[in-house]
Design a protein around this ligand. Structure first.
Ligand code: UDP
Ligand code: MG
Length: 337
């Protein structure tokens, strides 16, 4: 596509790809993505966010940029995690719509035309729901199911289940997301918070093409904690109700002990019940403190007001997306004015 035909295109699309140690998959990813983009009649840019890779991914990305003027590379100063890498990509994206896609080919680029179709029908958010988690193994599928149920009950905002980060956002949805300032970026929740007309498409999540997932059980557990504490205050309330109930029970038991001593004298039994009670109450208090601590730690991070990420190098696409499109054709300008 040359600059002239780009100028004739009314709509533009940014593809944001967070990359962390994906050297093994990147060539195949770029090939499949390129084949899909060639079938689209929108102006495209592909923004790779290098999230502190140590395996030569950056060199590959720079080579991709040299060979394709639509490719841009944002090199973060270190590894910030996928959620923040995505935010960096969304900040840099200029398109009328933005698609976030994993580099490991678990999100098939072949779904992109259908997503663009749904966006053209007027949807601001196109969610990709995975058809099944068969390939994840039963334990991961079961814990994921439990997590979505728990957070579904606790959070006032409906967070769709089995929907990952693979999605399309319109310009106004992207701008809305960028206005959310929090450092704890539980993207699934933030995506849900913005609202706007959404449509779900179903896809088959493929196994990783190569390399390995950066997630382990500990990071998944922390991810779940982050999600719950970012989007629900229920654990804090639970702590106070559990405290209240225990206090009532303890009061009742205290009354029973006093009355028993008054009526029957004091033969000094009760050491086991005493120890049990002390341990039980101590445990409860520590748990409640722990829950408060989780929230406090997040407030601590928020009040520091550090920037979300730092960019080492920002290599914009050699062919700017917006510059080619006449102003009056830019949807985003229509919407924000
Ligand atoms: N990723 C990233 N920063 C990280 C970890 C992962 O940018 O710290 C990227 C990774 O390169 C991939 C995507 O996020 O494009 C999904 O990562 P992964 O496959 O490890 O997660 P999973 O698919 O298991 O959820
Ligand atoms: Mg993956």
């Amino acid at each position: 596509m040359d600059v002239l035909s780009d100028a004739a295109t009314t709509q533009t699309l940014s593809i944001v790809v967070p990359v962390h140690d994906e050297a093994q998959v990147l060539p195949e990813f770029a090939r499949r993505l390129g084949a899909v983009l060639a079938t689209l009649d929108v102006g495209c840019e592909v923004l790779y966010v290098n999230d502190g890779s140590r395996d030569g991914s950056l060199e590959l990305l720079c080579a991709l940029r040299d060979s394709d003027p639509r490719v841009g590379v944002i090199d973060l100063s270190r590894n910030f995690g996928k959620e923040i890498a995505m935010s960096a990509g969304l900040d840099a994206a200029r398109g009328d719509a933005v698609i976030v896609i994993d580099a490991d080919l678990q999100d098939p680029p072949e779904c992109i035309p259908a997503m663009v179709g749904a966006w053209r029908d007027g949807c601001d958010v196109v969610l990709m729901r995975r058809r099944s988690r068969d390939r994840d193994g039963w334990l991961k599928a079961a814990t994921a199911h439990l997590f979505y149920r728990v957070i579904g009950r606790m959070s006032p905002i409906a967070i769709p289940a089995d929907v990952g980060d693979f999605r399309l956002l319109s310009r106004r949805a992207t701008d809305a997301l960028r206005r959310l300032p929090e450092r704890s970026r539980f993207m699934k929740g933030l995506f849900a918070w913005i609202g706007y007309p959404a449509r779900e498409l179903v896809f088959d999540r493929e196994p990783r093409h190569a390399g390995r997932s950066s997630w382990n059980w500990w990071s998944l557990w922390n991810f779940a904690l982050e999600g719950i504490t970012s989007f629900s205050a229920v654990p804090l309330k639970v702590a106070s109700y559990v405290g209240l109930v225990t206090a009532l029970v303890a009061f009742g038991y205290g009354a029973y002990v006093v009355i028993k001593t008054v009526v029957f004298g004091n033969p000094v039994p009760g050491y086991p019940s005493l120890v049990t009670l002390i341990l039980f109450l101590g445990g409860l208090q520590l748990m409640a403190l722990g829950i408060i601590g989780e929230y406090l730690a997040r407030m601590f991070v928020e009040v520091k007001q550090r920037p979300l990420y730092l960019v080492q190098r920002h290599l914009a696409p050699r062919r700017p997306l917006r510059g080619c499109v006449p102003l009056e054709q830019s949807r985003s300008r229509e919407e924000t004015s």
